[in-house]
Design a protein around this ligand. Sequence first.
Ligand SMILES: NC(=O)c1ccc[n+]([C@@H]2O[C@H](COP(=O)([O-])OP(=O)(O)OC[C@H]3O[C@@H](n4cnc5c(N)ncnc54)[C@H](OP(=O)(O)O)[C@@H]3O)[C@@H](O)[C@H]2O)c1
Length: 251
Amino acid sequence: MKYFIITGASKGLGEGIALELLHEDHHLLCVSRNESQELKTMATAKNCQVDFFAFDLAFNQDIPRLCQLIFEKIDTAAATGIYLINNAGVIKPVDRVENCPPEEVETHLRVNLIAPMVLTIELMKRIRDLPIQKRILNISSGAATNPYYGWSSYCTGKAGLDMFSRCVATEQQDEKYPVESMGVAPGIIDTGMQTTIRGTSEEQFIHRKKFVELKETGQLIPPTLAGKRLASLLLSSDFKNGGIIDIRESY
Ligand SMILES: NC(=O)c1ccc[n+]([C@@H]2O[C@H](COP(=O)([O-])OP(=O)(O)OC[C@H]3O[C@@H](n4cnc5c(N)ncnc54)[C@H](OP(=O)(O)O)[C@@H]3O)[C@@H](O)[C@H]2O)c1
């Protein structure tokens, strides 16, 4: 049995990845505030076990307890692979730095950066000695390397996540049974996050028009297609420990 802990599988890209991983030998453990009815229905049809953990990842201090509950569902002795997909994320606050409310910046970084770090810590403590495939896929963004006007929290969080991913990889590379970690920027995907971006003003985000245009000209990538690419990368030999890649040109 392969176990997949997926954050943010209730919609968007995370749901796209989860739908692609539905298989009778897989068990999906999904963390978000809401559930995906489509994922549950499809899971039943494909005879795949899916558990949803209703959880707000901004509450970093409760993540160790959440992981305890998740691991009650994992039979580590029977596991052939354990995977963590740090996908959940938010874009707000979108505005010039001096206009961002500090409490929104803090919540943003709790969800986009600290939660993936704490989940990684809790996972690694529990699976360190398991002689099986162990992988962490961190969903990155072009914003990790390019500063966008109005996206200071998002760019900072994603840059931090990339570096965390590389640090984990560095520590693990000489382990007998390493936990492999990779960061992947998926391209511009047609999800709720894009709706939020189009809903900002030109003053808050000067590239807004370009994003509206991408939607209107059908250039956004469907989350199911991006999910397919990411799920297949996660299980393939192309998954490279320490890699940080952008797959936007691959569609
Ligand atoms: N869309 C793009 O163009 C694009 C491009 C590059 C990278 N990405 C990255 O892709 C990932 C997924 O984004 P998306 O575009 O699919 O956005 P989305 O449609 O808004 O979905 C975000 C997901 O994250 C979850 N989430 C948000 N806040 C949460 C919280 N406090 N606690 C628990 N779960 C939370 C949401 O679940 P609930 O609301 O149910 O909690 C939802 O499942 C993000 O990391 C994003 O940065 C997206």
